[in-house]
Design a protein around this ligand. Structure first.
Ligand SMILES: Nc1nc2c(c(=O)[nH]1)N[C@H]1C(S)=C(S)[C@@H](COP(=O)(O)OP(=O)(O)OC[C@H]3O[C@@H](n4cnc5c(=O)[nH]c(N)nc54)[C@H](O)[C@@H]3O)O[C@H]1N2
Ligand SMILES: Nc1nc2c(c(=O)[nH]1)N[C@H]1C(S)=C(S)[C@@H](COP(=O)(O)OP(=O)(O)OC[C@H]3O[C@@H](n4cnc5c(=O)[nH]c(N)nc54)[C@H](O)[C@@H]3O)O[C@H]1N2
Ligand code: SF4
Ligand SMILES: [Mo]
Length: 754
């Protein structure tokens, strides 16, 4: 109910990639969000919300959230410090370490919520440039990094992902994703259930390929079990079948693809028959899938976490795109399409001919960088192994690698040996507890925001600007302000100068992008317009006005986008269905699509070797206890960080091990009893959940649990949802070679009765 003391505000939900539209009732006097509901007028979500729509309110209200910077005392306690003291201390420590041990002695780990905070994304660029460190880690290498590598290879741009056009497709193949729970990733599509139903209602088909009969499988016409980690084999056979049946029809991209004959040769040995034993998929099932998909008028083949975070994640992800490409289902309505964010460059793509891999390597084992990152799995050894360039300082930004990364307990131990660590986090948790200084940030209610990342992953083009609701409590700083201040400290300049420097960098880029389409901009005039307006909003405004839907800095253009216009329109604007944009937007050399990139041919060789070994000795004698571990998500979790909220942790224990009935009987496990899991790196006891809906030989445990450390200050998480960290069972040595991504799906474990 809207009373005199409350007002109604619209914003987008900042908690997952769907970016649903919300209507809030806000009590300004009490600085409280009174209620949150779905916005029926939001063109994308149309009133839909999930249980986590309330998350940012609960976070805002959580008494255990940090509200001031804190410093660790010699006794291991925490004391509040002022922002000025915190920034001064951080500058002193980082500058000393850099002077003594070099730039690469400072490492960075960037976590997932960064993508939901625009100021964080923008000012992180400045910090990374200033640090110039080769020790850059992120949650990406436990996530989408294989897709980045695939996009870099095929389209010349690592953050350009093809997204399923769910609203216009007739045939939707979902591999290694469970959008009914995750709400879609690299597929911002609110209310996926309705979208899946609509596909079926218009006579289309939904197929799910997953080792578990998931919540998404329940919504599908067909579910195909696949043995974890074998999607690359299945997809090689898929392509082989396309060649055999002469189903290669690239449509409007015909003539732009190099290496089709080499690809035909590479897939030659992988047939539906030869791969069936490995994948567990019968040849006729795969053949039918290929036939139906290729015959469908439109089709979207989509893979996510389960496909990325496996032994051949890059190859599997690349193959998903290649199938679309060869079938003429890439960049066409109803297929896999590219969004055109309002902040992107106004003109066509310009070739980027630099290689984005192998420019440097990890210090200890020489693992090559991929798109500027080193595998998060290797963080511990980069910190602990003695020698030149050893990491001495770590900055974590919205990340909890102790729970999110394989063998996180080793990372935690390594953190204890650092000379200095600063965590930018709103909680004292498993990771930030290891820091010397923790800088909290404003909550989503206390800052304005713009959905920068997810306008680039949406199945429909849109823009969304979210206003600030309340003045920050306690002089809290935004992520952008903190990152700007840290960067300023590294450069010995003021935050204001650093902020101006960031603005100037964008202005320079915008002027060049405009010049490339024959639009001359007056940089001085533009600069004058933004005088006295510090912060991220002017940076986004530059990008919006310059972008494909922008006013081009022409104030007489009343239709073109700018932040001011967006505000008058209520923040949220639908920019229509996705449009074809290849080859114009390709950033590859000569705007051609090169299939046989060395990164991929290397993976062909690696797969071929494993394949021939497997054909030679199909059943390596495995014990009755050998199982493959996969992950899962739950609707009320968000990785590791919503477990201190009572509304999200109540109910049944979710950190359980799902196992097939036959396996449970053989091993002697009972439903609700405990299982003992062992691997090369650890062991743990986990409650058992017996099911018929998982492939025999496979067990599933969610990640993000393991709130077992007494130095955290998340009492609810520790008391009510401790669970175990499945990542403490996962070997960090196992990596998808082409991208350095963790193999968290298909990890080898042994399961016993506890
Ligand atoms: N086994 C296994 N492991 C996985 C996965 C899996 O499927 N299986 N999934 C992987 C994936 S996809 C991801 S993305 C990663 C996630 O890996 P991370 O990003 O490292 O972990 P999160 O749990 O998302 O931690 C987010 C952190 O940000 C903090 N935070 C939240 N909001 C804010 C804010 O507004 N400001 C600040 N300063 N801090 C904030 C939280 O307190 C928390 O510490 O986990 C990966 N790990
Ligand atoms: N509620 C909730 N929503 C979330 C998150 C969350 O933690 N909770 N996290 C967010 C984040 S950071 C991300 S990246 C997205 C992830 O979004 P999704 O990719 O949709 O996430 P998952 O639910 O982990 O789905 C992975 C699926 O892969 C399957 N799988 C495992 N191994 C294999 C394999 O080898 N092959 C195949 N084909 N399938 C396999 C698993 O059984 C599982 O069903 O979700 C986001 N949304
Ligand atoms: S689906 Fe995601 S964006 Fe939508 S309400 Fe739930 S958490 Fe928020
Ligand atoms: Mo993720």
């Amino acid at each position: 109910m809207n009373t005199a003391t409350t007002r109604t505000v619209k914003r987008s939900c900042p908690t997952c990639e769907a970016c649903c539209g919300l209507i809030l009732e806000v009590d300004d006097a009490a600085q409280k969000i009174v209620s949150i509901h779905g916005d029926p007028d939001d063109p994308r979500s149309q009133g839909y919300v999930c249980a986590k729509s309330q998350a940012f309110k609960y976070i805002h209200d959580d008494p255990e959230r940090l509200r001031t910077p804190v410093r660790k005392t010699p006794s291991g306690d925490w004391e509040p410090i002022s922002w000025d003291d915190a920034f001064a201390e951080i500058a002193k420590q980082l500058n000393t370490i850099r002077a003594e041990s070099g730039k690469d002695a400072i490492a960075l780990y960037v976590g997932n919520p960064t993508g939901h905070i625009v100021s964080c994304q923008l000012y992180l660029q400045g910090l990374m440039q200033s640090l110039g460190t080769e020790r850059f880690f992120s949650a990406g290498t436990v996530d989408q990094h294989p897709q980045q590598m695939g996009s870099f290879v095929l389209y010349g741009e690592e953050w350009k992902f093809p997204i399923p056009d769910t609203d216009r497709t007739d045939y939707f193949i979902i591999m290694g994703a469970n959008p009914m729970v995750s709400q879609g990733s690299l597929m911002s599509a609110p209310d996926i259930e309705s979208r899946l139903k609509a596909i079926r209602q218009r006579g289309g088909k939904v197929v799910v390929i997953d080792p578990r009969f998931t919540e998404t499988a329940e919504q599908a016409d067909q579910h195909i079990y696949i043995r974890p980690g074998t999607d690359a084999y299945m997809l090689m056979a898929f392509v082989n079948e396309m060649f055999t049946k002469e189903l290669i029809t690239p449509g409007h991209l015909d003539g732009l693809i190099d290496g089709i004959d080499d690809l035909r040769a590479a897939v030659q040995d992988y047939t539906p028959e030869s791969t069936a034993k490995l994948t567990g998929i019968a040849p006729e099932v795969l053949r039918q899938l290929v036939t139906e998909y290729c015959a469908a008028a439109t089709g979207a083949a989509y893979g996510r976490i389960g496909l990325c975070t496996q032994e051949y994640g890059t190859l599997a992800s690349w193959l998903v795109d290649v199938i679309s490409l060869l079938a003429g289902k890439l960049d066409v309505p109803g297929g896999m399409m590219f969004p055109r964010p309002a902040t992107s460059a106004p003109g066509p793509g310009t070739a980027d001919t630099t290689e984005h891999w192998g420019r440097w390597a990890s210090r200890v084992r020489g693992f090559p960088e991929t798109c500027g990152e080193l595998p998060a799995n290797l963080m511990a050894e980069e910190i602990t192994a003695p020698g030149k360039d050893r990491v001495r300082a770590l900055i974590t930004i919205c990340g909890n690698p102790v729970l999110s990364v394989p063998n996180g307990k080793e990372i935690r131990q390594a953190m204890k040996t650092l000379d200095f660590m600063v965590a930018l986090d709103i909680y004292i948790n498993e990771t930030s507890s290891q820091a010397d200084i923790i800088l909290p940030s404003t909550t989503q209610a206390e800052q304005s925001n713009y959905d920068l990342t997810f306008t680039g992953t949406s199945g429909r083009n849109f823009v969304n600007y979210t206003p600030q609701l309340f003045e920050p409590e306690n002089d809290l700083r935004t992520m952008g302000e903190s990152l700007c201040a840290i960067t300023a400290g590294l450069n010995g300049i003021s935050s204001e100068d650093m902020d101006n420097f960031m603005f100037e960098g964008t202005l320079d880029r915008v002027v060049k992008q405009s010049a490339a389409i024959g639009r001359e901009l007056d940089a001085d005039a533009i600069r004058a317009e933004y005088a006295e307006q510090p912060g991220w909003e002017r940076i986004i405004d530059l990008m919006l006005r310059n972008g494909p839907y922008g006013d081009g800095f022409d104030s007489t253009d009343e239709q073109g986008l700018s932040l001011a216009r967006l505000r008058t329109l209520g923040g949220n604007v639908d920019l229509g269905p996705l449009q074809s944009q290849l080859p114009e937007q390709l950033k590859t050399e000569g705007q051609r699509i090169r299939l046989m990139h060395p990164l991929i041919t290397g993976e062909f060789a690696r797969l071929a070797e494993a394949f021939s070994q497997n054909l030679a000795s199909p059943q390596s004698s495995s014990s009755d206890h050998d199982m493959l571990l996969i992950g899962r998500r739950h609707i009320r979790d968000m990785n590791s960080w919503l477990h201190n909220i009572k509304q999200y942790v109540r109910g049944k224990d979710r950190c359980t091990m799902i196992i097939h009935r036959n396996d449970a009987e053989r091993i002697g496990l009972s439903d609700g009893g405990l299982a003992l899991l062992k691997s090369t790196v650890g062991e743990a006891r986990v409650p058992v959940e017996i099911s018929n809906d998982i492939m025999p030989g496979v067990v599933s445990i969610p990640h993000g649990f393991g709130h077992i450390y007494s130095d955290s200050r998340q009492s609810l998480a520790n008391d009510q949802a401790p669970g175990i960290s499945c990542n403490d069972l996962i070997d960090h040595e196992a990596l998808d070679t082409a991208s350095g991504t963790s193999v968290v799906n298909g990890a080898k474990v042994q399961v016993y009765a506890a």
